[in-house]
Design a protein around this ligand. Structure first.
Ligand code: MG
Length: 581
């Protein structure tokens, strides 16, 4: 059924047009007449096409056409006129008519064809405009359309002195899902999330997907922050329940940043930026949190951005440096190995501690690249120093990102090949939490690396789950006891008993033990007594540059050479002190 509206002052042509349309047996037309134009005509009725009949007064019909166009209704308009004047036709088209037919040429077939073409064109236009303004995956508004709505909301709120809210959402750890399950699953997840957001809000609220896993929501007429907080919570609750995609049962959470007009910005860009900054802050508090924008956030975000920029520059300009902290044999304090530690020489701040920049490297996705650089740098240095000083183990800390996002095996093989370093001199330090994820896959990688002679150390043992039974499944040959345990071995009987048990059990499993964070001789002696294999800590040496490491190695090893020459046996191990600051 095609609904036709006839706009004509007198009902003069209604009957003849109705008859013409009735002759078309392929289609069913229903025609209604209206004597004058007003908005109310469209209130309760839908029309597919509007016929405007020109009543000897050209300008009146053109005015009516313009009025209809101004309503922004997606209905095509056909002008039927008594004039056979192409100039007038052009004016009608410019005003917004889709077609113009003179009465003299009018026939049932022509009218039918003109209507069909007009509707077809309207449909194509609507489709194109939908594509240009909507996200193709989820059908939500896109960034462009969202900005249009936002601009409109701002001007209405300014006029009415009202307020409204803007929510900026992104899924927590969405990248992990995409990386591990593939983009197909990721896309299906986004569609479901989009549906859940849409269902959680009013039909009139504008929801948009503005990129990857980023969604925005415009909430007109929100009265206060409490109301916005409730909506944010409602959306989080809607997304939280399990989403089943194929055989995968996925649980996703959302972080939300909230900005509101006019406090957080008067322009679309500033409001969006405020909501984005608030989102950033929400993420800092962990998953599934929402946060309101406040002015001091802007300053924090600026500092963080600056740090990000500097880190990217640090990569390019070579501001990273590897420091080395020696490990010694517990029995005689001869150097046995070093742990490589990343440092950042900031051109103005100076040396930056890893805890201040490594989390940001992880967040920026730069961790793998930096770590690849560390691996190759350490292998090159290790090659030079082991050629000169003999066997020393060089330990490198490996992040979880390298397992997840990089190709650890390839990074290691390439560095070994380029440097010609003997794999026996290399050690990788990993923390438990890395190994708990994807146990089988990661163990497989580590077994392969272990097979070519690389040592695997379980780092920071005592900080996390510290499950001793876990050790038997983990392909490690070295266990590093965390400083937090060592701190109390002399004062806390229970902790010293645990350390002793750790050492014993490790030895039974064929694993050697390194004690970290040893700060005085008493701790060192206690550990030696309990058969700990290696000791690392400030008592022996702080982390040092490669130049200082050379001097340290010179002194430490020549001491043992001389001792061997004298063939004198001393029971008291000697500490090598070197000033490197
Ligand atoms: Mg370590």
């Amino acid at each position: 059924m095609i609904n036709v509206l006839l706009l004509e002052k007198s009902k003069q042509h209604f009957a003849s047009l109705e008859k013409m349309l009735a002759q078309q047996t392929n289609r069913q037309y229903q025609i209604r007449w209206c004597g004058s134009f007003c908005e109310d005509i469209f209130a309760n009725r839908y029309f597919d096409v509007i016929l405007v009949v020109e009543n000897q007064n050209n300008d009146t019909s053109l005015t009516i056409i313009k009025q209809i166009v101004n309503l922004e209704l997606p209905i095509p308009i056909i002008l039927i006129s008594s004039l056979e004047d192409t100039a007038f036709d052009d004016r009608a088209m410019q005003a917004g008519a889709t077609d113009s037919i003179p009465f003299s040429e009018l026939s049932s077939a022509l009218l039918d064809r003109s209507i069909r073409h007009a509707i077809g064109r309207r449909n194509t236009e609507a489709k194109l405009s939908f594509l240009a303004t909507h996200d193709q995956l989820t059908g939500l508004a896109n960034r462009y359309l969202f900005y249009e709505h936002l601009t409109r909301s701002i001007s209405i709120a300014k006029r009415q002195q009202s307020t409204f809210g803007l929510l900026f959402m992104d899924l927590d750890k969405f990248k992990d899902i995409n990386d591990s399950l593939g983009h197909d699953i990721g896309d299906m997840l986004l569609i479901e999330v989009a549906n859940r957001i849409r269902e959680a809000v009013r039909v009139t609220d504008v929801v948009a997907r503005i990129g990857g896993d980023e969604f925005t929501l415009l909430l007109d007429d929100t009265k206060n922050k409490k109301e916005l907080a409730l909506i944010a919570k409602k959306i989080q609750n809607a997304i939280e329940p399990m989403i089943k995609i194929r055989q995968h049962e996925l649980f996703v959470t959302t972080s939300i940043g909230i900005a509101y007009f006019p406090e957080c910005g008067l322009e679309p860009q500033t409001l969006m930026k405020s909501a984005d900054i608030a989102l950033y802050k929400a993420k800092e508090f962990g998953r599934n949190k929402f946060h309101f924008y406040t002015n001091d956030l802007n300053e924090q975000a600026r500092l963080k951005l600056e740090l990000e920029r500097s880190l990217r520059r640090a990569m390019i300009k070579g501001e990273f440096e590897v420091y080395f902290q020696p490990q010694v044999n517990a029995s005689d304090h001869r150097i046995s190995g070093v742990e490589a530690l990343l440092r950042w020489n900031h051109p103005t701040i100076g040396l930056v501690a890893p805890s201040d920049f490594i989390p940001i490297l992880e967040e920026l996705g730069l961790m793998v690249v930096v770590e690849q650089w560390v691996i190759s740098e350490v292998c090159n240095i290790a090659k030079k120093l082991t050629d000169k000083f003999g066997r020393i183990r060089f330990a490198i800390n490996i992040s979880g990102s390298h397992f997840k996002l990089g190709n650890l095996k390839q990074s290691i093989y390439m560095a070994l090949q380029d440097s010609s370093l003997n794999a026996n001199y290399l050690e990788l330090e990993l923390t438990e939490d890395i190994m708990i994820e994807h146990v089988e896959k990661n163990n497989h990688i580590l077994n392969e690396l272990s097979d070519i002679g690389i040592s695997i150390a379980l780092d920071d043992f005592g900080k996390g789950y510290s499950s001793l039974s876990y050790l038997k499944n983990f392909p490690a040959n070295i266990l590093k006891i965390d400083k937090s345990f060592i701190d109390n071995i002399l004062t806390d009987g229970k902790e010293s008993a645990i350390v002793e048990a750790m050492i014993d059990l490790s030895h039974k499993l064929g694993i050697q033990v390194v004690a970290e964070g040893v700060e005085d001789i008493k701790q060192a002696n206690f550990l030696t007594e309990k058969n700990c294999d290696f000791i690392q800590g400030y008592y022996f040496a702080k982390p040092m540059s490669v130049n200082h490491l050379q001097k340290y190695l010179d002194k430490n090893l020549s001491h043992f050479k001389q001792k061997a020459k004298r063939k004198k046996y001393t029971t008291e191990p000697s500490r090598i002190v070197i000033n490197h600051h």
